[in-house]
Design a protein around this ligand. Sequence first.
Ligand code: ATP
Length: 240
Amino acid sequence: MTAEATAVAVSLESVTKDYGDVRALDGVSWAFPRGGFTAVMGPSGSGKSTFLHCASGLDRPSAGAVRIGGTDIGRLSETRRTRLRRERIGFVFQAFNLIPSMDVEQNITLPLQLAGTKADPGRVAEVARRVGLADRLRHRPSELSGGQQQRVALARALVTRPEVVFADEPTGALDPRTARDVLRLLREAVDLAGQTLVLVTHDPMAAAWADSVLFLSRGRIVDEMTSPTVQGVMSRWESL
Ligand SMILES: Nc1ncnc2c1ncn2[C@@H]1O[C@H](COP(=O)(O)OP(=O)(O)OP(=O)(O)O)[C@@H](O)[C@H]1O
């Protein structure tokens, strides 16, 4: 692998995604630096979710290439693409996607089970402690608050120490304090564990935790802001 490939966690090259005659992404190119925290913002319908789904290998672009850790995922079979996702990528979505019949510990360790790996009890305990759920491991999702459920989803995304974590509005449904806790944990995944984070958000406060913010409009990246501030992001957002 070249030095450039190892410094880049995920790259998109001229990625286009069409849904029928709707062009959701229009020739997007970007390289996400390894160990960086990037927020993606844009108006409703600008293509943020499509961008996240293509960059994470959940969906295939109509044209262009996506590389994760140097591997062109468009060239992988469905099975190998699924395996790469399980082994190297974590997902945190607003809708949590927790399994209602499983308790917190089972939900957290699900990615390990899917990958056929045994859960290291120490690691599970550490992740549960970090997200503040060490005393809730035997509870079902329905017995938890929305913020606690989101933290289970976060623990599940971090337990395998994935190289890249993709988060889609993970704080959208949370009160400001819980949202701050979740963002702090995501920031720590980058600063302490060197993971790469891509966060889609509408919230300038959330975006200000990132190293850089990408602004999408009509399926294109129209701007990047490094070292963002809440005020700076809000001003740029208003002019989109
Ligand atoms: N499965 C689909 N079938 C048809 N059109 C789609 C599909 N998914 C997305 N689109 C269209 O693609 C465009 C981009 O949608 P996308 O969901 O990526 O935007 P977004 O920026 O995430 O929006 P929001 O902030 O409202 O969630 C929109 O015009 C949307 O209607």
